[in-house]
Design a protein around this ligand. Structure first.
Ligand code: HEM
Length: 429
């Protein structure tokens, strides 16, 4: 258990190397399997979805996400997924680009001061704050960044607490102690923030077509009644938590890799200067920035912000010639597949050339940072646009350099986060 929580991604890679594409292991009371064959991953995520449910791992998610798109199955999930979909369509996202760019501009203004004073910055909390500003402004029409100082640590705590084997999951709810208190504080941070969003909506202080408004109009398939306040709050939390940590990690890793690779930095700057001539990118520009896309794709390959995607078979099944019992957990492992030398030569090397549009692209489930099938990440279109715009604007303005004595290590739990942050020097270009 301790080994798994300390370095689950490393342990999963070793299991794959030593035992192959389907492996069984135990973490405390959990019977788990890792699946790394792209054909079998497709089978689970896409071809036979009726055979699998969210299952035990996602029960832990309910502590923070509540009952929403992330944690439900069947008709409940379908209703919520349908309600969320309009916020990730091209038209809505197109209109949201100025909001995203405006949020990045605020960050640049703050960093101008740091650059002038020669102060380094930990880009991890900075990117979490940026992602928080984007999700709350775009989806809710209500900025929550004034709560960043309590929400960022709450997000970090939440994703550790819901990871299999955490004390929060193992200890019964009535056991008092620091874990229980921290759990309640983190839950309250999210609940209070979403309560603020709903109250702002009720007082007409948010545009009526944003998420709180549309969710109030959804009919619960089980009761036939409109969603109540708690249901709206849970679904708002779901998009908020799912969209912050993941996008924040994706952004931080991308900036780190650009900073470590001067050749990549130069080529990216040349593309940005050619196409944008110093102006803020618009949606139409993104199609003209193929190298930017390659860099982001390669970063999501090397450091997939969600390192594995769990499912649970509803009955005993056979997968790849192995019997998998009902109620056990199957992890489709993005991190292991993205580092498998059978699919990716020199897998630990950061090489955006792998995604050169003139080269054959990766197989569908050899590269799947957003998962796949009907439950593929609903927020992927927003995340992709947000990361590209933020990376473009930050790279246009600054050269970032990692501080030589600051260790950058991977902490792999529900998300793949730099364990000690990523501290960088910020210099105007
Ligand atoms: C780089 C950023 C992101 C990555 C790598 C990522 C990855 C993922 C993955 C792997 C899943 C699990 C899918 C499955 O169970 O098969 C997921 C689900 C989800 N993500 Fe994301 N995500 C990102 C950003 C976002 C954003 C920006 C939002 C919303 C603001 C979001 C909202 C969700 C939701 C609501 C689900 C549950 C979908 C469902 O079960 O139908 N994600 N994401």
């Amino acid at each position: 258990m301790r080994r798994y929580r300390a370095d689950s991604a490393g342990l999963m890679q070793r299991l794959h190397r030593e035992y192959g594409d389907v492996t069984r292991f135990r973490v405390g009371p959990y019977v788990m399997h890792q699946v790394t064959d792209p054909a079998l991953i497709k089978d689970v995520l896409h071809d036979n979805i009726g055979t699998y449910r969210r299952g035990r791992v996602f029960h832990g998610f309910e502590l923070f996400f509540g009952i929403g798109t992330m944690t439900t199955d069947g008709e409940q999930w379908r209703t919520l997924r349908t309600a969320g979909q309009p916020f990730y369509r091209t038209g809505f996202l197109n209109e949201s680009v100025p909001v995203i760019a405006g949020t990045v501009t605020e960050l640049l203004t703050r960093w101008d001061g740091l650059a002038a004073r020669g102060e380094p910055v930990d880009i991890v909390p900075e990117m979490m704050r940026l992602a928080m500003g984007v999700v709350s402004r775009v989806l809710y029409g209500h900025d929550l960044t004034h709560r960043a100082d309590e929400l960022i640590p709450a997000g970090r705590f939440a994703l550790s607490a819901i990871f299999p084997g955490s004390p929060e999951l193992i200890l019964p709810g009535w056991v008092p102690g620091p874990h229980r208190r921290r759990l309640r504080c983190a839950q309250a941070a999210f609940d209070n923030a979403m309560d603020e969003v709903i109250t702002a909506h009720e007082h007409g202080r948010t545009p009526p077509d944003r998420m709180a408004g549309t969710l109030h109009a959804v009919t619960d398939p089980e009761t036939g009644r409109s969603f109540n306040r708690q249901q709206v709050l849970d679904e708002l939390k779901t998009h908020f938590i799912a969209g912050n940590e993941t996008t924040g990690c994706g952004l931080a890793w991308t900036l780190y890799e650009i900073a470590r690779h001067p050749d990549v930095h130069s080529r990216l700057c040349a593309e940005l200067d050619d196409v944008l001539c110093g102006r803020t990118p618009a949606m139409a520009d993104l199609a003209k920035l193929p190298y930017l896309r390659q860099v982001v794709n390669e970063s999501l390959r090397l450091h997939p912000p969600v390192p594995m995607t769990p499912r649970e078979p509803v009955h005993d099944i056979e997968l790849g010639g192995y019997r998998i019992p009902a109620g056990s957990t199957i992890f489709m492992s993005q991190h292991t597949v993205h580092h498998d030398p059978a699919h990716w030569p020199d897998p630990d090397v950061f090489d955006p050339g792998r995604f050169d549009p003139d080269r054959p692209g990766p197989g569908r489930y050899t590269y799947f940072p957003f998962s796949g099938g009907p439950r593929r990440c609903i927020g992927a279109p927003l995340a992709e646009i947000e990361i590209q715009i933020a990376v473009a604007m930050i790279t246009q303005r600054y050269r970032l350099s990692p501080l030589p004595h600051h260790p950058v290590e991977t902490d792999s739990m529900i998300s793949l986060r730099p364990r000690h942050g990523v501290v960088m020097a910020v210099e105007a270009r």
